[in-house]
Ligand binder design. Structure first.
Ligand code: 5GP
Ligand code: MG
Length: 176
């Protein structure tokens, strides 16, 4: 499968991805059954994950989004900007961040810093994909869907220079 100048191959099927999402969603539903958490999706990559996540979520909740940017092409720039901030009132709330993927953890660190002085009641991260070998931060990534090697992937919301987000399965960059 080709996107722009790169070749990719199938790595995780939609079915495997969606059963991992169902599992996290049910786990969070039961952990927060007596609360009304505020979910914060991190755009653009989270759009498929969040859509599928709420098919399985049971209970009262609110949903909002933020937009950050850190990737240019294939490697993280390490510079993360907040492009769009959350509109909901977060004071005293139980926040759960919904991330498409945690790689080095820079984006996550930025989110943790961003929300740390806002008097929230609790803060947890749920990520669909996780690269354990690349993650070098202290902060615990609490809910994890599927672990991946430290390689570049596309599909299911994740892009290569804005291409491939619409793909139903996850593809990995072919080594040259
Ligand atoms: P981190 O800040 O943890 O290094 O990277 C987090 C962000 O970089 C993710 O939210 C995602 O947007 C992007 N990212 C990290 N790894 C990949 C990858 O393998 N493929 C794609 N398409 N984006 C990635
Ligand atoms: Mg992202």
């Amino acid at each position: 499968m080709r996107l722009l100048d790169k070749e990719f191959e199938l790595f995780v099927t939609q079915q495997e991805i969606e059963s991992a999402i169902a599992r996290i969603s049910q786990e969070i539903s039961s952990d927060y059954s007596d609360k009304c958490p505020l979910f914060v999706g991190v755009l653009n990559g989270c759009f498929r994950f969040t859509g599928e996540f709420f098919k399985h979520y049971n209970g009262a909740c609110e949903v909002s989004f933020v937009k950050m940017a850190s990737y240019q092409g294939l490697t993280s720039t390490g510079i993360v900007e907040t492009l769009l901030d959350i509109s909901a009132t977060i004071e005293g709330r139980d926040l759960i961040i919904l991330e498409d993927i945690v790689d080095s953890g820079s984006t996550l660190q930025q989110l943790v810093n961003h929300f740390s002085d806002k008097n929230i009641n609790s803060f947890k991260i749920a990520t669909l994909f996780y690269k354990p070998a690349a993650y070098d931060k202290e902060y615990e990534v609490f809910y994890k869907g599927i672990e991946l090697p430290s390689e570049f992937v596309v599909g299911y919301g994740l892009d290569y220079n804005e291409r491939g987000r619409e793909l139903n399965d996850l593809y990995i960059l072919k080594s040259e």
